[in-house]
Each structure stands twice: as C-alpha cells, then as structure tokens.
Design a protein around this ligand. Structure first.
Ligand code: ADP
Length: 472
C-alpha cells in the first residue's frame, strides 16, 4: 500500500493530538464544573441545615417532644424546605417526615445508622437529589436529620455543557485539520521546489543546482548539502569525461600510426628489408599501445577503488636493488651513467612490493627518457626520522618552475611531441603519485630548466622484519 504523503501524515498526527487535547480539556472542565455545581448545592443545603438547627435551638428547653413536633410540622410543612426533610428524636421517633421521604424511606440509611454528617446523591423518581444526613445537638436534645434538595439544575447544566462540547468538537476538529494541512503544506512547500529542480538535473546538465533556500532551517541545510554533493558529482563526472576523451585521443594516435604504416606497406610491392622495417614500426607502436592500455587500466582500477594493495613489510633496499639491476642495461644502451646508493640498512615500509617497484620504474624511466647522452642518473635510498627517502636524480632537461605543479596531472606532458616520441602519455607521474599516496607518503620534484631534475619520495617506515631468525 502506498504510504500517504508527509503532509497528510502530519495533518493526521496533528488531528489526533488535537482531538486528545480536546478530550482531556472537555473531561477536565466537566469534572471541575460538576464539582463546583455540587459545592453550590451543598452550600445551599448546609445553610438550610443551619436554619433548622437555629430553629430547634430556639425551642425552650422544657418543651416536650410532642410540642416540638408540632412546631416543626407547623413551620416546615408549609415551606418547600420541608418537602425533603425528616427529623427524628433520640429514640428515632419521627418528629417530622415529609410525604416524599415517607414514600421513599428506603432511599436513605435509617436514622439509627447515621453517625457523622454525610452527603448523599440519590436519584429518586428520575430526579437527582442531594441529601445531608447528620446528628444535631440542640437544647439538650440530639436529633437525627435527613435533609434533601433537588439537584436538577446541576444535571441540566452538566447535560448542556456536554451537549455544547459534543456539538463544537467536530467543528473544532475540522478547523484544526484544515489548519494542520495548511501548515504542513506551507512548511513542506520548499521540499516540493527541491524535488522539482532535482528532477531536472541529469548527466547533461549536471551544472544546474537546486533552488537556493534562504529559510535558515533544516531545509536550507538539506538543499545546501545536496548542492555540495552535486558539486562533487559534477567534478567527478567531468574528470571521468575528460579521462575518457584524453584516453581515446591517446589511443587514436598509435592506432592510426599502425594503420598508416600498414597501408603504406601494402600500397605496392616492396623488398623484404622494407617489409621488415614496416613491421618493426608496427611492433613498436603496438608495444607502446599495450603499455598505454596497461596504464589506462591501472588508472581506471585506481579510480574505481578496485586496485587493491597487498600490503606486507617490504625491504626497500632489496626491492630497489632488483629494480636498479633491470635498468643497468638501458643505461648502457643509452650511454648514460647510472649509479645507485642503497646502503641504508633495514629500510622497511608496509607496502605493496609490485606497486613500489612500479613507482621506481616510472621515476627511472622518466629520468632516462628526459636525459640525453652524455648524462647521468642517480638513485638513492636514505632514512630521515621515521621516513624512507627515495631519490631519483638526473642531469637531463629539467622542468620549468611553472610546469612542476602540473606534471603530476593525468595526461600532462611538458613537451607533447617530444614525450610522445619517447613513448609517454603523461600518465606515469599521476600513477606514481597515486602509489605514494596509497602508501601514506608524498612525492615532490626539485628542478631547474636545463639542470636536471630530482624526484623525492618519502614513505613512512616500519620496524624492520626479522629476516633470518636465529634458533634459540
Ligand atoms: P610521460 O609518460 O609523458 O613521461 P609523466 O607523467 O611520467 O608522463 O611525466 C609528465 C611530464 O613531466 C613529462 O611529459 C615530462 O615532460 C615531465 N617529466 C617527468 N619526469 C621528468 C624528468 N626526469 N626530467 C624532465 N622532465 C620530466
């Protein structure tokens, strides 16, 4: 079942609370009113009892009960106050008993059971009465008095009060429901505005933003937060779009070179040497393309968080020694001096050995690529405090100050044509920086145009692993 909207739910809750409050108020008022009305009737009754007492007290002391009986009857039989009165002498002998109480004697406790003054409400013949039953000392006699008063007015007033309450309650509830709905609509109107604008945001207009609210409340915070989220999504989206465009562009060049080379070779018959030369070119481009695709895949995996690191204690001197050995031959072929200083003992980091090798390869590859013969490349490993410091220094072309901040960006190459010639797509340093960051370190470059470049990597060290534990 579809859940009703927040507006409707708020209205229903509001209505439920309002109805409950109305009920509590109505019942409370009814109880208070009833109590006060009974108080008024009781006051009236007490005043009449006082009158009776005064009357009995005014009887001379030596007057006989029979005479008193006569006096009481004479006074009260003609008055309405005597309509619901019964007075008994000490031996419960009736001095005066109205016809009404005579007829309904069973409605009240008999006089011999009356002790302390008590108030009683009784419904007799469909009418409500309030009675007081009490003993009364007057001029040496103890009388028992039962005196009543009709409380029809109380019943009538309470009945009317209840009627008005029941009549007005639905009207009030209706007004409350209308008011509640209006209030909730008003409070939620900005949400509707947000929903409308949010619906219009799509991949093609990620730059549009939700309506800026100035309500200074939770809804403004919500729209601001969503807009900040859109900012982040937009920049991530732009990065991906840019990456895809750059990657396609980079891939197009080697593929079209391969195609051109093949087309040229096929245009007319050639000698074996020429074909071999063409195939060598094609092979070279294919190798470059493979390397580029490797780099692209690695970046894409890093972006998607799927490039998982296999962290383990890595002995950096040993790892770098392996890397250096691989580059010695390249140095010889390129006629460059290559030296390494890896003497620092026990330099261990928690890392992924394959990625750390790759990091060193990228830095050395650049150093060899951008240094022409005669020149030198130098790699060193040192420690500084708790960090391992890897340095790759070359005596090559160097990097201008203004370029140094950009070379770590993806696809950024200082000299596009030259880099391409040397096989670079501008991804090496971006990958290197990602590797360093994943290892909790940082990378920087120091260089002067024409005076070589030095890349410095700092990685946090761990205590060296015990390599050959001695038997105890
Ligand atoms: P590429 O694959 O083109 O080498 P990188 O991301 O590794 O891409 O490097 C980016 C750019 O930084 C290079 O195109 C080059 O211009 C410059 N660069 C990197 N290393 C060096 C270096 N050792 N000496 C001079 N320039 C360098």
């Amino acid at each position: 079942m579809k859940r009703p909207s927040i507006g409707v739910r708020l209205t229903l809750w509001y209505l439920a609370f309002f109805a409950l409050a109305q009920l509590v108020f109505g019942v409370g008022m009814w109880v208070i009113l009833r109590h006060n009305l009974y108080d008024l009737v009781d006051d009236d009754l007490e005043a009449q009892v006082d009158d009776l007492k005064n009357f009995l007290q005014s009887q001379p002391k030596d007057r006989s009960i029979a005479k008193i009986q006569e006096e009481v009857t004479e006074t009260y039989a003609i008055e309405h106050s005597g309509d619901y009165l019964a007075v008994y002498a000490e031996n419960n002998q009736p001095i005066y008993r109205s016809a009404f109480l005579e007829a309904h004697a069973s409605a009240l406790e008999p006089p011999d059971q009356v002790e302390r003054p008590t108030m009683r409400s009784r419904k007799i013949d469909g009418r409500l009465f309030r009675f007081v039953l009490q003993k009364m000392d007057a001029n040496g006699h103890v009388y028992t008095v039962q005196m009543g008063i009709p409380a029809d007015d109380v019943v009538e007033t309470l009945h009317l009060f209840r009627l008005y309450l029941l009549m007005f309650a639905p009207v009030l509830l209706l007004v409350a429901a209308g008011g509640g709905y209006w209030l909730s609509r008003r409070a939620l109107a900005p949400v509707d505005a947000l929903v409308r604008t949010a619906r219009q945001v799509s991949g093609t207009n990620l730059n549009s933003r939700l309506q800026k609210l100035e309500t200074g409340d939770e809804l403004q915070r919500l729209s601001d937060t969503l807009n900040e989220m859109l900012d982040r999504i937009e920049s991530a989206f732009l990065r991906i779009t840019q990456f895809t465009a750059d990657a396609s562009h980079e891939l197009r060049t080697p593929v079209s070179l391969i195609r051109t080379e093949a087309e040229l070779a096929l245009r007319r018959s050639r000698g074996e040497a020429e074909y071999k030369e063409s195939l060598r070119h094609i092979l070279l481009e294919a190798e470059r393309t493979t390397a580029l695709i490797e780099q692209l895949l690695s970046m894409a995996r890093a972006d998607s968080g799927r490039e998982t690191l296999h962290l383990e204690p890595v002995d950096l001197s040993q790892t770098l020694r392996g890397v250096v050995d691989g580059w010695r031959q390249v140095a010889t072929i390129r006629n460059l001096q290559f030296s390494a200083s890896l003497a620092a003992p026990d330099v261990s980091v928690m890392g992924d050995e394959t990625l750390l090798r790759r990091l060193a390869d990228i830095l050395l590859d650049n150093a060899f690529k951008y240094t022409s013969s005669p020149g030198s490349v130098y790699l060193s490993l040192e420690t500084k405090g708790d960090s391992a410091v890897i340095m790759v220094q070359d005596s090559g072309a160097g990097i201008a100050d203004e370029e140094q901040g950009k070379i770590f960006e993806r696809f950024y190459r200082v000299d596009r044509a030259r880099s391409r010639e040397q096989g670079g797509a501008g991804l090496g340093l971006a990958i290197a920086q990602w590797i360093v960051t994943q290892h909790g370190g940082w990378i920087e470059v120091e260089s002067q145009l024409g005076h070589g470049a030095t890349f410095r990597v700092e990685l946090p060290m761990i205590a060296a692993p015990v390599r050959n534990p001695q038997p105890a």
